[in-house]
Design a protein around this ligand. Structure first.
Ligand SMILES: CCCCCCCCN[C@H]1[C@H](O)[C@@H](O)[C@@H](O)[C@H]1CO
Length: 513
């Protein structure tokens, strides 16, 4: 069998290999319900994706539709989606909507939902039942693992050679909403017991959850049990077909209380427990809807976790954030959510109205499409044509990224020059400023991004004068620089800059005295 897609960590840099070559997913995630109808995909989704220069699409598959009757599997949707993706020439990352979706068990088959004796619910303080099946319910986890195993076996049979599907996300935004932990009888009993020996060793401390973790006990308890459940499901699927498997996280946010965001989900502060209990999971992926993009990227790459963003904001910032995620943090994937809307001419009447966000008084700006499509398409076209160069400079220290976030610019240091970047003043409906820079050699630089100007400065204390040999606008075609105008005149003599549209510049400098 052909080498499967895999992740490799080389001196701290994690690379995704597809067909044996480095791969960065310029992607988008479709709405939750779009892939539940092949006709809808054919008429309302794929046509709207063609102009976006995606190389990968993130698509849900549904337990309830795949195993409507226990033990009877229907793979028609999965097969159809893969067929369509092959026609479109894109790769797929599949989301397994099994036991848990946004903290709830809305995608479990009816035979699971209705039998809440066997598949018991997580409960709220006082004992009221929730619509979340408890992660401590071994029977439910077993049933999910069996179904996921069947899906992975089927994928191996129908896609093992072509490998249209390159990765799997297990469940979606796991965790318990509405309370900081499950108050089912089994959970209450276990919460009073000493923590598992493995955790005691990991934290070189022992006692029950409260004694060891204090205030964080409830959330860590849920993190441990969700991670154990996910490990069972991932392992069973991996036995059949070991594609790279990851989990995504609904991020901690105001009012910062576990249960107002899914408690126990794979957020940065419990990643240590998740990594301990779920070794089959290859990475932890933040769904970044909050405005502090750079901060979240920093947080999620802190201890060697590769940056992988399966869900990003829908507003204009995404057209710039992709350059920063790839340039600064060597991201493996960037995927705005509800991607089929981005170039859709007619506003998608039958798309979700995100009412739930209002209900959760969540800032809606992350979900407002404000003309993002054409800018994101241009960002992806530009980046897509320079993937070879980006993969060559990833992790070398010669490539970095920069992003406007309530600041007017930044100063970057390279081997022979310092580079002062000044951001264009923020304008509504226009992309924020940001991009990536590659020090091709000590005198030659590539810039790609939106809305900034560049000034080369001597290293501190140096007296040499600095001049430019050539400033070229242009773009890449299959990693070959296609020069446009040479901007040695007014266009750049006073300020080398990139405008409000995604663009690239190649600049050669020199020193004299
Ligand atoms: C500004 C703060 C936004 C907080 C985000 C909350 C949850 C976000 N959930 C996401 C799920 O992963 C997707 O399936 C979908 O439901 C998506 C929201 O539409």
């Amino acid at each position: 069998m052909k080498q499967l897609p895999y992740l490799k960590n080389e001196d701290g840099l994690t690379t995704l290999y597809v067909d044996g070559a480095p791969y960065i997913a310029l992607s988008g995630e479709i709405h939750n319900s779009s892939s539940s109808s092949l006709e809808y995909m054919k008429t309302k989704v794929w046509p709207n994706l063609r102009g976006l220069h995606l190389n990968t699409v993130i698509v849900p598959v549904f337990w309830e539709l795949m195993e409507p009757v226990q033990g009877q599997y229907d793979f028609a949707l999965v097969d159809g989606i893969i067929e369509q993706a092959r026609e479109e020439g894109v790769r797929l990352i599949l989301l397994w909507f099994g036991l848990w979706k946004n903290g709830r068990s809305t995608y479990a088959p009816s035979w699971i939902k209705k039998d809440y004796q066997s598949y018991f619910r997580a409960r709220y303080p006082g004992g009221a039942a929730s619509d979340t099946i408890s992660p401590l319910c071994d029977a439910a986890v077993e049933a999910d693992a069996t179904a996921f195993h069947s899906l992975m076996k089927h994928l191996k049979d129908i896609d093992g050679e072509e490998q249209t599907v390159i990765m799997m996300q297990i469940e979606n935004e796991i965790g318990f909403l509405g309370a900081e932990r499950d108050y089912s009888d089994k959970a209450n009993k276990q919460f009073e017991e000493v923590i598992p020996s493995g955790l005691a060793a990991l934290y070189s401390n022992n006692g029950n959850w409260k004694e060891v973790f204090g205030e964080a006990a409830a959330e860590n308890f849920m993190a441990y049990h969700y991670a154990c459940a996910i490990e069972k499901i991932a392992k069973s699927g991996s036995k059949a077909y070991p594609l790279p498997m990851f989990v995504n996280a609904w991020l901690e946010q105001y009012p910062w209380k576990a249960g107002t965001y899914p408690s126990g989900g794979p957020i940065a502060k419990v990643m240590k427990i998740w990594k301990h209990a779920a070794p089959t999971i290859c990475l932890y992926a933040p769904d970044i809807y909050l405005p502090n993009f750079a901060e979240v990227c920093e947080e999620y790459t802190a201890d060697g976790n590769p940056l992988f963003i399966p869900e990003a904001r829908r507003d204009m910032v995404s057209a710039t954030n992709v350059f920063y995620a790839i340039g600064k943090h060597n991201a493996l994937c960037f995927a705005p959510f509800g991607i089929e809307d981005f170039l859709a001419t007619a506003t998608n009447e039958d798309g979700p109205d995100f009412g739930i966000m209002m209900a959760l008084n969540i800032d809606m700006s992350a979900f407002i499409l404000n003309g993002t499509g054409p800018y994101l398409a241009e960002s992806y076209r530009l980046l897509g044509n320079m993937m070879g160069i980006i993969n060559r400079y990833r992790g070398t220290g010669k490539m970095t990224g920069f992003l406007q976030h309530h600041n007017s610019g930044c100063l970057l240091t390279f081997s022979k020059y310092d580079v002062k970047l000044t951001y264009k003043r923020q304008e509504d409906g226009k992309p924020v400023s940001g991009g990536l820079i590659i020090e091709v050699n000590e005198d030659e630089f590539l810039f790609a991004g939106i809305g900034f100007s560049v000034e080369f400065l001597p290293k501190s204390g140096e007296t040499d004068k600095i001049g430019y040999i050539q400033i070229e606008e242009g773009e890449f075609m299959n990693d070959q620089w296609i020069r446009g105008r040479v901007l040695n005149g007014d266009e750049a003599a006073y300020m080398i800059s990139i405008g409000r549209k995604p663009a690239a510049l190649k600049v050669e400098m020199y020193k004299y005295n």
